[in-house]
Design a protein around this ligand. Structure first.
Ligand code: OGA
Ligand code: ZN
Ligand code: ZN
Length: 390
């Protein structure tokens, strides 16, 4: 959130630039240290004119760089600017006032919401009531209309998932869906994987059994951040999909049992997967925090979790926290239940949303195809679409 794009030059004091922000920011004066400003100079000497990228490294900037002079200039494009002369070398650069206001350092902490930058437009949900209707789009519209694509991709960032309807129930189409917003993340399971009953399953996913809420592939580092599941055939009975917002659940755990939250965020757990062709192993906390202490990622999978390794004295405490967390995640009121129909393709954030399925009848030959992709590619596609339609 930008506080007061309107800004004016306030002056130079103690080698720093001072700018007065607009009324929105109550006319606050914000300061820019010389070394910071000099490092961000993008003049013809400091940045490549075509790539727009910095030519210098931070060691090229004197730590005692200072602002010795500043004056308002009318910039050709993009509003007024401040021409700055730096000490000790007399270097000159131009900074747009709007840019300075957007990058204000004073008061920066105040502008963060409770979840910090990582929240990124996320809206946490506890149950279907918080969401209203399931976020969805029809595949033919999604393909034809950039506005429909924007809506669907935004839903993945905001709610953690979207359902695309009417994706032809044809093997392989799930890859086309992934390629519509990013890049398929190929794994040892291939570019895509089939979820259906197998004769000698190496994974419970390939049986008709219930699967508890989990995230996929926690034994990878980095984990695939987007998962797709495309329904080709349904079972005669059962096989319903359940989704849980892990970030909302983590917020509840933090509020109701801060000790358990601390144990889970501070203990690494090993996940592993082995077969003839792969030995995959990763050790991470079940709830991963950013350096600022906000929730950044959930890993949870009872099928691939390994025996916990902890000093003996800490094992009971860990199990108490682990069970509390699992109970919270399994609460029916946290679970959004839907039944995928042939042609439905679920896209979800595998760092945030846990998915589950109920047991199903062997009749009906239930068949899903899935694949992985990544959130950064999705966010990039969305940003480009939004830039193009602005
Ligand atoms: C999976 C999975 C869910 C389902 O394969 O990762 O969780 O509905 N499948 O079969
Ligand atoms: Zn410069
Ligand atoms: Zn899964």
């Amino acid at each position: 959130v930008v506080s007061g794009l309107v800004a004016v030059l306030a002056g130079v004091r103690g080698g720093e630039l001072e700018v007065r922000l607009g009324a929105e920011a109550e006319g606050r004066v914000v300061r820019f240290p010389g070394v910071w400003l000099r490092d961000n100079c993008l003049c013809g000497e400091c940045a490549d004119p075509v790539a727009g990228q910095k030519l210098h490294g931070v060691t090229d900037i004197p730590l005692d760089a200072s602002v010795v002079e500043a004056e308002m200039v009318e910039a050709e494009a993009g509003g007024d600017g401040v021409a700055v002369t730096f000490g000790p070398d007399g270097h000159r650069g131009l900074f747009e006032l709007g840019w300075l206001a957007r990058h204000a350092l004073d008061g920066y902490e105040d502008e963060l919401d409770g979840y910090g930058d990582e929240l990124n437009g996320k809206e946490l949900w506890g149950a279907s009531a918080d969401i209203g209707a399931v976020p969805e789009a029809r595949w033919p519209c999604y393909v034809a209309d950039p506005a429909a694509r924007i809506g669907a991709l935004r839903a993945v960032l905001r709610w953690g998932f979207v359902v695309l309807r009417e994706v032809p129930a044809v093997p392989g189409r799930v890859l086309e869906v992934a390629e519509s917003f990013g890049f398929v993340r190929e794994t040892n399971y291939g570019r895509l994987f089939d979820v259906r009953i197998e004769p000698a399953p190496g994974n419970l996913a390939f049986t008709s059994r219930e699967i508890l809420p989990h995230t996929d592939n926690p034994y990878r580092d980095p984990v695939p951040t987007i998962q797709l599941l495309h329904c080709l055939r349904v079972a005669d009975e059962g096989g319903d999909t359940g989704l849980v917002d892990g970030f909302a659940a983590a917020a509840e755990l933090q509020a109701t049992d801060p000790e358990a939250f601390e144990v889970l965020t501070g203990t690494t757990v090993r996940f592993e997967y082995r077969d003839k062709a792969a030995v995959l192993s990763a050790s991470q906390p079940l709830i991963q925090l950013s350096p600022r202490g906000t929730v950044r990622g959930i890993r949870f999978n009872n099928r691939s979790v390994q025996p916990i390794r902890l000093p003996y004295e800490r094992v009971r405490e860990f199990y108490a926290a682990y069970r509390t967390w699992a109970e919270l995640l399994a609460r029916p009121e946290r679970r959004l239940v839907m039944r995928l129909a042939p042609g439905d393709c679920l896209i979800f954030d595998n760092t945030r949303i846990l998915h589950a399925r109920t047991a199903f009848s062997v009749t009906g030959s239930r068949h899903l195809q899935g694949c992985y992709a990544d959130l950064d590619g999705l966010a990039s596609t969305l940003a480009v679409l939004e830039r193009e339609t602005r």
